[in-house]
Design a protein around this ligand. Structure first.
Ligand code: PLP
Length: 384
């Protein structure tokens, strides 16, 4: 089975992005490649071997299930860190396999200690500190208890890191909030250090933090979106790249392309409606190409009558409503469109390109959302 559309990952684009990120953060900061959300839709089993090949050594996931998939994909070559959910039943697997994980509540800390003692293997923990995001992380009122638990269990725990997460480093509007978080983080770490609890590393920055708050890079940055060739926000891109000259090019390159093929072509007479309902009326005779990709495949219904695709080197419009499994393109101006012609939904064809963000602007989705909604069952492969 080949599926009705397919995704290609560009090795050279990923290589370019890895090199840019390395130059950005310098030689002494570890880059943890954030691969939650099925590697931002790129596909864990396809992206991970590529990332490894290009030198990635540290990976972050949201949950233990993803960590399991990454563990299988990298076969022991590199560190894995779970930033979010680990069920109590999954802790044993994580500790046994040297999977690092955030701890942000005492219960998880106590469970980790109990299981580590049972297994006689140290749990590798990152103590997450609350600094202002108010999502997860130990608050000041819990520090004493956490310190006591760590001090009492040196055989069960290895404190790999202290960490925190910024509440929106990609937007200037949050500048003071993030700066305050940075200061609180440093203060809180000092409190732990004073009690004799040191960590191997400190980390706080996501992509936007790494770009906009260089001091907050510490020993490791958790880079998600930028490794795939996207900026966390337009604002971050403009601030970083454009001051050097308005015609400066984007140093990042999109890794993902999403393509399909024309399934059917037909002529529609003037005055006829196209597709469900009455959202598109043929004002003159038109030629319509059907593409077997719909909202059920991650092509948002809000792209009805507004989306674009590339066919035979031309930009063409989505007409009518996007169906569950199909969309219709107006290919009237194109000569000889045929069944089987390549249709680019994201990516390049000839001199033209459709970016994820142009797509996102139309459908009011963030890059992050659009990418991670790409279904897992679309076949993915690596190209040069
Ligand atoms: C998703 C996530 C990141 C990566 O964010 P990007 O903006 O994609 O770089 C870093 N840290 C945590 C805790 C995250 O959840």
């Amino acid at each position: 089975m080949r599926g009705t559309s397919y995704i290609e990952l560009s090795r050279s684009a990923a290589e370019n992005n890895f090199a840019y990120l390395r130059e950005l953060v310098g030689a002494n900061t570890t880059i943890s490649h954030v691969v939650k959300g099925n590697a931002y839709g790129h596909g864990i089993s396809t992206y991970l071997p590529l990332a490894l090949e290009l030198g990635a050594k540290h990976f972050s996931t949201f949950d233990a299930q993803e960590a399991f998939l990454v563990h299988r994909a990298i076969e022991g070559q590199g560190n894995i860190m779970v930033m979010g959910m680990v069920e109590d039943e999954e802790l044993e697997w994580a500790i046994e396999h040297g999977i690092e994980f955030f701890v942000f509540d005492q219960q998880r800390l106590e469970n980790a200690i109990r299981i580590a003692k049972k297994l006689k293997v140290k749990a590798l923990i990152h103590v997450e500190l609350e600094t202002g995001m108010n999502r997860t992380g130990f608050g000041k009122d819990e520090f004493d208890q956490v310190i006591r638990l760590i001090q009492a269990n040196p055989d069960a725990l290895l404190v790999k890191g202290f960490c925190t997460h910024y509440a929106g480093a990609e937007s200037f509007a949050n500048f003071f909030r993030v700066k305050t978080q940075y200061q609180r983080f440093k203060k809180s770490v000092k409190l732990f250090n004073k009690s004799g609890i040191e960590s191997e590393i400190l980390h706080a920055a996501c992509s936007a933090g790494a770009v906009r708050f260089p001091k907050s890079r510490f020993d490791l940055v958790r880079i998600g979106i930028m490794q795939y060739g996207f900026w966390p926000s337009t604002e971050t891109y403009i601030e970083k790249i454009k001051p050097k000259g308005m015609d400066n090019e984007d140093p990042l390159r999109r890794v993902i392309s999403w393509k399909s093929r024309v399934m059917n072509v037909k002529t529609v007479k003037q005055g006829e409606y196209v597709g469900y309902g009455m959202s598109y009326l043929a004002a003159s005779e038109i030629k319509v190409a059907t593409v077997p990709v719909g909202y059920g495949h991650g092509f948002s219904r809000s792209l009805s009558n507004t989306g674009r695709a590339l066919v035979r080197g031309n930009r063409v419009s989505v007409i009518g409503t996007v169906n569950m499994n199909l969309m219709l393109l107006d290919v009237t101006p194109l000569d000889n469109v045929e069944k089987g012609d390549e249709v680019v939904l994201i990516g390049n064809q000839g001199d033209l390109s459709i970016s994820v963000s142009s797509f996102g602007d139309f459908s009011d989705q963030l890059n992050y959302e659009l990418l991670t909604r790409l279904p897992r069952d679309i076949p993915r492969s690596v190209i040069d």
